[in-house]
Design a protein around this ligand. Structure first.
Ligand SMILES: NC(=O)c1ccc[n+]([C@@H]2O[C@H](COP(=O)([O-])OP(=O)(O)OC[C@H]3O[C@@H](n4cnc5c(N)ncnc54)[C@H](OP(=O)(O)O)[C@@H]3O)[C@@H](O)[C@H]2O)c1
Length: 320
């Protein structure tokens, strides 16, 4: 009898594993002549997406903060395709401007696919970007907003180009408040807690969705956003600095192996959005497990408001 229970449990666990790690991009294309620009590709989901698209012969530009790790990925890419590495710190507007200047020097005329992938999650202390925005809002949203705006001429130069924003299911945990977008009221170290850190992460990921919803209206370029799933990457690097949370994460390691995707599995929805036929890609759509889904909260008015807010804040950096 016991043996049947054990087999039953094993089948259930296997089905759960298949469900949680599901969503496979079945599209394969020859991307010869196409240019992919991807942020945060020195590790995790971004690295796997870059390698997969490189395998399809696209020219790949990886824009990375840590260029030592970036060089290792570039070496791998150079074995399969033409690739370039550019330094980029999304938490500093001047670095973003410099990154675009460095891209111009490559004399590549167009970008076919821009993948805004880089992200920071849940710092243990209240942190800000160089220009004093809350770290996650400033990096994950404003940084990518500025980068995208500066790259628009290159996206317009390509036929049927697209922007892919890597968001998260965490957008459901958000409370976007334009009066205190920086969570300044909790900036004091005694008030800042994992709760607000995660809320600020959720906000930044909602912004990724709203940003994608507005791009084509403003520039006539298709854009979409996605949730990659729960993926075993370095994203929790800030969370593990908290001894209690770290202990918890160590404790659930077997469950992570069972329920979390590998980086390659986590890159599948990014690949789906990057490779989907242009006419089939839903403009402003939010994808998960390689399928179109309905995001929470996101609506046109909020997308418009966020665009105007971001555009206003970035005005000095958007001028030539
Ligand atoms: N893993 C998940 O379960 C999960 C779930 C939902 C959404 N996501 C999203 O997926 C995306 C990729 O994350 P991942 O899971 O692959 O995590 P990861 O392994 O930690 O990769 C994050 C990447 O972002 C880069 N990055 C962080 N701050 C940056 C900055 N200021 N400037 C430039 N690059 C910066 C990192 O570069 P450095 O190495 O230089 O720090 C790294 O390359 C993120 O947008 C994340 O929010 C992940």
């Amino acid at each position: 009898m016991l043996i049947f229970y054990l087999i039953g449990i094993a089948i259930l666990l296997w089905l759960l594993h298949v469900y949680m790690t599901g969503g496979v991009c079945k599209i394969k294309k020859d991307l010869t002549g196409k240019v992919v620009f991807i942020t945060g590709a020195n590790t995790g989901i971004g690295k796997e997406a870059a390698l997969q698209l490189g395998n399809m012969n696209a020219t790949i530009i990886i824009a990375c903060r840590d260029t030592i790790k970036g060089q290792q990925v570039l070496d791998q890419l150079n074995k399969i395709t033409k690739a370039y590495l550019i330094q980029l710190d999304l938490s500093c507007f001047n670095s973003i401007k410099q990154c675009v200047e460095d891209f111009k020097k490559l004399k590549i005329p167009q970008i076919d696919i821009l993948i805004n992938n880089a992200g920071v999650m849940a710092p243990q202390t209240y942190k800000t970007t160089k220009q004093s925005y809350e770290l996650q809002f400033g990096t994950n949203h404003l940084g990518h907003f500025l980068l995208t705006e500066l790259l628009i001429p290159y996206l317009k130069a390509a036929e049927q180009s697209r922007v892919v924003n890597v968001s998260s299911l965490a957008h459901k945990q958000s409370n976007l408040d334009f009066q205190d977008i920086n969570y300044a009221q909790y900036a004091n170290s005694k008030l800042w807690s994992i709760k607000y850190s995660l809320l600020a992460y959720g906000n930044s990921k909602l912004c990724n969705i709203l940003h994608a919803m507005e791009i084509s209206k403003r520039h006539g370029i298709k854009a979409c956003s996605l949730h990659p799933g729960a993926v075993r990457t370095e994203l929790l690097r800030e969370i593990v600095k908290n001894p209690l949370l770290n202990a918890f994460l160590i404790l659930i390691t077997p469950f992570k192996l069972l329920l979390f995707k590998s980086s390659l599995q986590g890159a599948q929805t990014t690949l789906q959005c990057a490779l989907e036929d242009y006419d089939k890609l839903v403009d402003g759509g939010y994808y998960s497990d390689c399928k179109l889904k309905q995001p929470n909260i996101a609506n046109k008015q909020l997308a418009e408001k966020l665009w105007e807010f971001s555009d206003e804040k970035l005005k000095p950096y958007l001028q030539k």
